[in-house]
Design a protein. Structure first.
Ligand SMILES: [Zn+2]
Length: 249
């Protein structure tokens, strides 16, 4: 069905172009593209399908919108023209950051092609203290040596720097998978590349490396439940939080 791909891409472009008209309304607001809609689109398939997830225009997902809200609400993160390193850049977050006043904005990934440079997060060929801020969402669950990766993030941050991190979180305790049984959870038997299922104890794992950690949920960044719903962040099928890990001065 590979020959259908160009058609699929064309149709998606057309839908994006028409989305302000197809989904005209004010019930939902995307902080990434600053557009409002009657609804967000569903994401995932079968058991993993979730409603109210994807912006019809910029395709932002819940975690992208949460991250942009964090930057909007915590101006100190992007103040002073920081040097930023963004792992596995999401298009909607990248578009937002390009518009900010940053002295350096580098993107990196092991596989992705349209990045500033390729890198292995477990072994970064970068000098100590190269960046003031790091953004890394939904990468660490696939990384075999978590301690090496987190230590590298800590090392390449300048004193006083921060890492904004998100990982898929379910439950309290992180589960490390090994061998062929690795899978997300009992209700989702689909094998995948994840080597661990993170719990809310991710913040403890960051603290062990030396980070000071804040954990922020949508309700911490928005005025009330209505605002959380309007930004498409009330989905309860997973724990939607962002971790702000700071390196001391
Ligand atoms: Zn959007």
């Amino acid at each position: 069905m590979q020959f259908l791909k160009p058609l699929e891409v064309q149709l998606r472009r057309l839908r994006n172009t028409l989305s302000p008209y197809l989904y005209a309304g004010d019930a939902r607001l995307c902080p990434c593209c600053q557009r409002s809609f009657s609804k967000f689109l569903p994401a995932g398939t079968a058991k993993r399908r979730r409603e109210d997830a994807v912006c019809p225009f910029c395709r932002s997902r819940e975690r992208d919108r949460l991250m942009i809200l964090l930057f909007e609400q915590t101006e100190t993160l992007l103040n002073g023209s920081p040097r930023i390193l963004h792992f596995a850049p999401e298009p909607s977050v990248r578009a937002y950051l390009i518009d900010q006043s940053l002295s350096v904005y580098h993107t990196t990934d092991l596989m992705q092609k349209d990045v500033s440079f390729k890198s292995d997060i477990q072994e970064l060929e970068l000098n100590d203290g190269s960046y003031d801020g790091i953004i890394c969402a939904h990468v660490l669950q696939d990384v075999p040596n978590e301690e090496a990766a987190l230590s590298e993030l800590y090392r390449v941050l300048a004193p006083g720097g921060w890492a904004v991190l998100s990982v898929p979180v379910r439950g309290e305790q992180t589960i490390q998978y090994s061998g062929p049984e690795k899978q997300r959870s009992a209700w989702d038997a689909r094998p995948d590349e994840h080597v661990r299922q993170y719990g809310t104890d991710f913040s403890d794992r960051l603290a062990l490396i030396g980070f000071q950690v804040d954990v922020l949920a949508p309700k911490d960044l928005l005025a009330d439940i209505a605002a959380v719903e309007r930004h498409g962040l009330s989905n309860e099928t997973f724990t939607n939080v962002v971790f702000v890990a700071r390196k001391s001065h």
